[in-house]
Ligand binder design. Structure first.
Ligand code: ZN
Ligand code: ZN
Length: 308
């Protein structure tokens, strides 16, 4: 299960209600920030998420409305002497923007007192693969940038089947824990029960796809296919399609069309222009894709694997 907290859902300039692009993905003890627009630090504090274990940022691209907040996060981590430091992942050009901001504005003289690492995202190697969480990246076309979207996949598991445990007479409680840990247990009547005798069918883990700014959807269908939750920009309503095309953004209909073609279960639209009434955008989106919603700052949403 992934927990997604929207920290900024506005496009290009912040409004009274919407900060600039950023969201936090939490999976067990791992926390990952995707994008870090201006004001993200304040949004994190306002959402009461705290700064602990906040040591990894994925950038979708290097436009300033997705990157400027890194300065505040990095200087605060240093101020608080966060030993875990900061790893920033992104394309070559996104990292160049991040590096310039941090090296020349935040730490122009002595460099950082915390560990800061820049990791260039490569298409074929995972961004992260640890503790049952795998993050991979896929290219996204947006306005001549080098952009990436990110797929978060939770490892599948095979839980014990309560019916089988009861059938074999394994009592609830510590015996079941021992069985999981050791792989087998000896029961008082002399029988040995092995873990594989009591496992249910394999269950797949949750799948979450996050796409930042984008100008077309045809090459995104396969990368986000079957996601339990897709988060993607929809800067313009369909009536403003011409503006969307000229500025390298998607319309609500584009994003919904992607969700439909890729058979995702749930769709959250973000990077919203302040010129629209969110309720009208929601109505438009749900006409195209009933499981669409419009993200607001501080919304918390779960991405869970479907049963079966
Ligand atoms: Zn943007
Ligand atoms: Zn952009």
């Amino acid at each position: 299960m992934f927990q997604v907290t929207f920290l900024g859902t506005g496009a290009t300039v912040p409004s009274a209600d919407r900060g600039l692009s950023s969201l936090m993905v939490e999976h067990e003890a791992t926390r990952v920030l995707v994008d870090c627009g201006e004001g993200t630090l304040r949004q994190i504090r306002k959402a009461h998420l705290g700064m602990r274990r906040l040591d990894r940022v994925l950038l979708t691209h290097g436009h300033l409305d997705h990157v400027l907040g890194l300065a505040g996060i990095a200087s605060t981590l240093e101020l608080w002497d966060q030993a875990s430091g900061l790893t920033i992942h992104g394309s070559d050009t996104a990292l160049q923007v991040a590096r310039t901001l941090l090296d020349q504005v935040v730490w122009p003289e002595d460099g950082p007192a915390i560990r800061v690492e820049y990791q260039e995202v490569k298409r074929d190697s995972p961004v992260l693969d640890q503790n049952g969480l795998r993050i991979t990246a896929f290219p996204v076309r947006h306005h001549e940038t080098h952009s990436f979207g990110y797929l978060f996949e939770e490892a599948g598991r095979r839980p014990m089947d309560v019916g089988k445990l009861e059938e074999l007479g394994v009592p609830a409680g510590p015996d079941r824990h021992r069985l999981t840990e050791k792989g087998s247990i000896d029961l008082p009547d002399g029988r040995t029960v092995r873990l594989e005798d009591v496992l249910g069918p394999p269950e797949r883990g949750a799948r979450l796809a996050v796409v930042g700014d984008a100008e077309r959807i045809d090459d995104l269908v396969e990368p986000v296919r079957g996601a339990d939750l897709l988060v993607i920009e929809a800067t313009y309503v369909t009536a403003d399609e011409g503006t969307a095309r000229s500025r390298g953004h998607l319309t609500v209909r584009d994003a919904c069309e992607l969700a439909k073609r890729a058979e995702v279960r749930r769709l959250l639209l973000t990077h919203q222009s302040s010129r629209y009434d969110p309720e009208a955008v929601r109505r438009e989106a749900q006409e195209f894709f009933p499981a669409a919603e419009i993200a607001k700052d501080f919304d918390r949403v779960r991405a869970e694997a479907s049963a079966g």
